[in-house]
Ligand binder design. Structure first.
Ligand SMILES: C[S@@+](CC[C@H](N)C(=O)[O-])C[C@H]1O[C@@H](n2cnc3c(N)ncnc32)[C@H](O)[C@@H]1O
Length: 364
């Protein structure tokens, strides 16, 4: 039986950036996604550099949460958003490639009344019982996924999956999936922990619907290694992961649940000895000292015909001097713009606050 859905007004205003200085107003509709290394809070600064460059096509080669792709699309460029993980490309399909498809009230009703029947459709309940969410939350995820399978439009299914992904992050105390413990254990009054996944999902569908827009150009979301992204864009924005200093920076370790949820774990192998049911970590040369220098050289060579804009920070390896001289091999001139930035990652007593200088290294 179909249920009528009443969507309450978005509680999201406090999360929105106050954007000024000519940043396209559309950017404030971007649903901020809690993600390690996200440049969301730096968008205004990044925009101030990008607006001085001439481009009508752009690549965001390590798109992550998609915040910079969304900025580039809002600036009127034809964008390719890429990431080696699959869930960033689902997020980018929903908001970068998608121009106008939205989930209407009937489709939301359908998703909310779907039921997982076959055993193969109850994978999440069977696999993650007692790990991250309540039994009702897990059943909800399986049920919605059985509804998503019936969608025949990749844009509307990616919107629904994006709404699920953001709901899943919000209902996790630290926004990541490294430690077991369902949200009911945390009684610190945060609204995001009090809402069920279903309540979050209803809100997130509305938030994602309102973020869909067209910039009149063709945009694309893809998933693969950065050096396999088609060449030829006027501008390429590069934001690779940093080689870790002490704590490791593995994206799959933190976000394996989102990576699996984005494709219902199809083709993903869960590690047998993992308490939190992690999936295998893909290799990226940017995460190791022994391979990072060569990885940057390959990246600069691959995109040598484009204007390059590389995000980097003072606590990362290789250092600024090495990166500038590496880029100079392929570009006539290289400029560096700096800005102090404080990363807030984690919450309250678990917070990890790092003061760093952020760089934009621009190769013309
Ligand atoms: C610092 S994050 C990007 C953050 C993004 N700019 C944002 O604002 O959310 C780095 C991203 O690079 C991706 N990545 C790692 N190795 C990659 C590779 N070889 N090719 C493409 N993407 C890669 C990671 O999955 C991660 O999403």
């Amino acid at each position: 039986m179909s249920q009528t859905v009443h969507v309450s007004p978005s509680p999201n205003h406090s999360e929105q950036l106050q954007l000024t200085n000519g940043v396209p107003g559309q950017v404030s509709a971007f649903p901020r996604f809690r993600y390690m290394g996200s440049k969301y809070r730096l968008l205004e600064w990044i925009h101030s550099t990008l607006e001085s460059l001439q481009f009508s096509s752009a690549v965001d080669a390590f798109c992550g949460s998609g915040a910079v792709s969304y900025l580039l699309k809002s600036m009127g460029a034809s964008v390719i958003a890429n990431d080696s993980l699959s869930f960033p490309s689902v997020l980018a399909t929903a908001l970068i490639e998608n121009d106008n498809q939205k989930i209407d009230a009937d489709e939301l009703d359908l998703l909310l009344s779907s039921k997982a029947r076959k055993s193969s459709e109850k994978f999440i309940q069977k696999t993650f019982s007692g790990i991250f969410y309540t039994p009702e939350d897990l059943e909800f995820l399986d049920n919605v996924w059985s509804g998503i399978r019936a969608f025949d439009c990749k844009f509307r299914s990616s919107l629904a999956i994006s709404a699920l992904l953001r709901s899943a992050v919000k209902r996790q105390p630290r926004g990541q999936f490294t430690v077991a413990g369902d949200p009911e254990r945390y009684k610190d009054g945060r609204r995001d922990l009090q809402l069920s996944l279903k309540e979050h999902f209803i809100e997130q569908i509305q938030i994602y619907n309102s973020a869909v827009f067209t910039n009149q150009y063709s945009n694309k979301a893809i998933s693969g290694d950065a050096t396999e992204v088609p060449k030829g864009a006027d501008l390429v924005y590069l934001d690779p992961p940093y080689v870790p200093r002490s704590d490791d920076n593995c994206y799959v370790k933190r976000y394996h649940f989102l990576e699996g949820l984005s494709c219902y774990w199809e083709g993903k192998e869960i590690l047998a000895d993992s308490k939190v049911k992690k999936i295998a970590k893909p290799f990226t040369p940017f995460s190791y000292r022994r391979t990072a220098d060569e990885a940057f050289a390959n990246l600069f060579r691959h995109f040598s015909d484009s204007t390059l804009v590389l995000s980097y920070s003072s606590n990362a390896y290789p250092d600024l001097k090495t990166l500038v001289s590496g880029m100079k091999k392929y570009k006539k001139s290289v400029d560096v713009v700096t800005r102090e930035h404080r990363y807030h990652f984690g919450t309250h007593k678990n917070a990890n606050r790092n003061e760093v200088t952020e760089y934009l290294i621009i190769g013309h």
